[in-house]
Design a protein around this ligand. Structure first.
Ligand SMILES: [Zn+2]
Length: 366
């Protein structure tokens, strides 16, 4: 079986190499923004997705040919991924333009038969040559370099994130960390997962909840102890039963689906968060049952030789930027999105939390 591992090293480029990096960052941003502008124009005119590539741009702007062509190709792939996400869920919004000031300075290139390699403490990069790096950790000889992301932080420091691939012997369980999912409890959606999907309960189940609320209101208006009150009480009890049944039925289907598909699922410990949020809403219909859902997941995964990982409730899943690891103390309850002050990434709160939960779950397995 194959698995990936990433290594991050500090780089010390010379003046010429710094210039090459700056030029590549600029070209990548230019290509990304141009392709995005064309996509937006096409979408506004036709309502459809445009699949475009940097090739025509390279004809029009021949200085683009001076930089690593794979960096430009990867910019296109990143944009296409963001754009596909938009078409899958338009509430995400269009991908954003990359700004020169606040945007991340980075590009990704691929190894093509040794074009990226480490030799004598230096990292070879296409079009740049051998750059001095601080190799604080050795990459095993049998690990193959797939790609490298060159970045410059706001501090001015340069880094290389090297993605490697290696072979391993699978053990007798079905668990592979590659196929992991993080779930963040979300009051309106039940959960948001690390891939950005929400588990919205179907309308059918919501109807049962609405009916319950209605019957409950009726009961509240009746004279306690009267014949009507007693009849209504039975009605309410039945409505409760129906809600419980519907919710459980839906949770069974949903947990089976996830347990079939994923090898590792990470969730937060106890219902601490869901309780805190749930208590702010109506209590009766909002005991949400996320704990019950998690129990279902636990045994359904176990039956399949898979694993549910629970994350410590104090792990700051909501406040941590999943891209750079910065912990933002200024996130308040109910804030649905935020910009990372460190790397500038725009983060959707629930999805970012779910990704952190997933990553933490994978780390805990190791
Ligand atoms: Zn960040």
């Amino acid at each position: 079986m194959k698995a990936n591992k990433a290594y991050k090293f500090r780089m010390y480029p010379d003046t010429e190499q710094k210039t090459a990096f700056a030029r590549t960052f600029g070209c990548v941003r230019f290509v990304y923004n141009r392709l995005l502008a064309d996509k937006i124009a096409h979408y506004q005119a036709t309502g459809e997705m445009l699949r475009n590539t940097p090739a025509p741009l390279k004809k029009e702007f021949d200085w683009l040919r001076d930089v690593d062509s794979l960096a430009l190709a990867n910019a296109q792939i990143q944009l296409q991924t963001a754009y596909n996400n938009f078409f899958r869920d338009q509430s995400i919004g269009f991908p954003k333009y990359r700004s020169k000031k606040s945007g991340r300075k980075s590009y990704t290139t691929n190894n093509q038969g040794g074009t990226v390699r480490i030799e004598n403490g230096k990292l070879r990069l296409p079009k740049v040559g051998f750059v001095r790096i601080k190799l604080h950790r050795a990459i095993p000889d049998d690990y193959i370099i797939k790609s490298v992301t060159v970045s410059q932080e706001a501090s001015g420091k340069y880094y290389a994130s090297i993605l490697t691939e290696y072979e391993y012997e699978p053990n007798d369980t079905a668990v592979t960390k590659d196929n992991a999912l993080g779930l963040d409890y979300s009051s309106p959606h039940f959960y948001v997962d690390s891939e950005g999907n929400t588990a919205d309960m179907p309308h059918f189940y919501r109807k049962a909840e609405k009916k319950l609320a209605r019957e409950q209101r009726r009961l509240a208006r009746m004279v306690k102890g009267s014949a009507n009150y007693r009849k209504q009480k039975i009605k309410v009890a039945r409505a409760y039963e129906k809600v419980r049944f519907c919710r459980k039925d839906w949770q069974h289907k949903e947990s089976t689906r996830l347990a079939e598909y994923y090898d590792v699922i990470a969730v937060e410990d106890i219902d601490y968060k869901s309780m805190a949020r749930g208590l702010r809403l109506a209590k009766a219909t909002n005991d949400n049952g996320f704990g019950q859902f998690r129990t279902m997941l636990t045994y359904k995964l176990a039956e399949r030789g898979k694993k549910l990982v629970t994350i410590d409730k104090w792990f700051p899943s909501t406040k941590t930027c999943h891209l750079c690891g910065y912990v933002n103390p200024n996130i308040v309850l109910g804030q649905s999105e935020w910009d990372c002050p460190h790397c500038g990434a725009h983060l959707l709160r629930d999805r970012n939390a779910a990704i952190n939960i997933k990553n933490q779950g994978i780390a805990m397995l190791a």
